[in-house]
Design a binder for this molecule. Structure first.
Ligand SMILES: NC(=O)c1ccc[n+]([C@@H]2O[C@H](COP(=O)([O-])OP(=O)(O)OC[C@H]3O[C@@H](n4cnc5c(N)ncnc54)[C@H](OP(=O)(O)O)[C@@H]3O)[C@@H](O)[C@H]2O)c1
Length: 327
């Protein structure tokens, strides 16, 4: 099968299209014929092996897995002997390991049936960004109907889901993005938009019950100043990202700054949960969320897709299509 492989950490130049063996499903796994994947900042962190702390899991000097990639949507081709939930032919989506390939073996608990009303391309855009937005707002942010919620970084992969999910919980949503994306963020449901090139949301007199931060643009003191008395700040994107321990610095700062205060400042790390993939599928089928897709590339152009994402200004998600010649 075709796959994008990588033998050394480094830039997208390390990624090559190669023929590799098709994987075989283990007892608790599902073999999926992949029709689309999407790229996330996580993929370029793994590609570069940065922050270096990540290498304790991913391989110290070179990647343990030669194929990267997490999000995918496709059709089940075979199931392991312990898998009862899926059968060949099912159309699924999920967050797996090694998805930059024509086939992937996925643990059954990392996938779910894909939304009926979405294509494979749209479905592949959902898992990591959608799970992060859902868990950040609902679990960490404890979002409630009628709250004022601000999404910092509203036009990116996670942000475009966060705006729509926050609306589905009945919040009054403010999206922060650049001038070129104001209309798009409004069109997906934001009640208010703030152009960060023209206005500083921490300095305009408005207070928010929940700030979901995907960018880390301000000091924690400034974020705190934009929260209501019992407001919650969820740190999801980069704060204090360094090459060595990366977000860990930010985590400590956030935890320390939360002590002895009525406001909550909390870091988050999204987890793959099948129940949440099902929750997202239901929101999508109810018409509450539609993935925003910026660009699509073929499998061979994953290096170009990652180069684009690394610039940090994607408008929604960047998706990779994987046509199969026999279809
Ligand atoms: N903690 C977790 O579990 C977790 C999970 C997933 C992702 N993340 C992190 O979350 C962050 C966002 O991920 P993503 O997939 O949404 O990334 P993305 O698709 O690359 O989006 C980045 C967005 O940031 C916006 N941006 C850049 N500078 C900004 C500024 N000064 N103010 C406001 N917005 C700004 C850009 O909007 P403009 O083009 O309009 O500038 C762009 O839309 C990344 O750091 C990622 O690593 C964390």
């Amino acid at each position: 099968m075709n796959a994008i492989v990588q033998y050394r950490y480094g830039s997208p130049d390390m990624l090559e299209l190669q023929q590799v063996d098709k994987p075989k499903a283990g007892d608790d796994e599902v073999l999926v014929r992949v029709h689309a994947v999407s790229v996330n900042p996580f993929d370029w962190h793994m590609m570069r092996g940065k922050p270096y702390l990540a290498r304790t899991q991913a391989g110290l000097l070179k990647p343990k897995n030669n194929i990267q990639g997490a999000d995918m949507a496709g059709r089940v081709e075979a199931v392991g002997k312990n898998v009862t939930q899926f059968r060949p032919g099912d159309e699924v989506y999920g967050e797996v390991k090694q998805s930059f390939a024509e086939y992937v073996c996925a643990s059954a608990n990392r996938i779910a049936l894909k939304p009926n009303n979405l294509s494979f391309e749209q479905s592949a855009a959902v898992p990591m960004a959608g799970l992060t937005a859902l868990q950040g707002l609902r679990d960490k942010g404890r979002i409630k109907q009628g709250q004022k919620v601000l999404i910092n970084g509203a036009s990116g992969g996670v942000g475009t889901f966060a705006v729509q999910i926050a609306k589905s919980f009945g919040a009054e949503v403010t999206g922060v993005c650049s001038t070129a994306n104001l209309e798009m963020v409004r069109s997906i449901g934001a009640d208010h938009v703030i152009d960060y090139t023209a206005e500083d949301f921490t300095d305009n007199g408005q207070l928010y019950d929940l700030i979901f931060d995907l960018v880390g643009t301000h000091s924690l003191r400034s974020f705190r100043g934009a929260l209501t008395t019992n407001g919650v700040y969820v740190m999801c994107g980069d704060i204090g990202m360094g090459n060595w321990i990366g977000p860990v610095t930010g985590l400590f700062k956030v935890i320390l700054s939360s002590m002895f205060r009525s406001q909550t400042m909390t870091p988050m790390l999204a987890k793959v949960k099948q129940t949440d993939l099902v929750f997202l599928k239901e929101l999508i089928e109810a018409g509450d969320i539609t993935p925003v897709i910026d660009r699509t590339y073929p499998l061979s152009e994953i290096p170009a897709a990652i180069r684009y994402l690394e610039q940090g200004h994607a408008k929604g998600k960047v998706v990779i299509t994987i046509p199969h010649s026999d279809l």
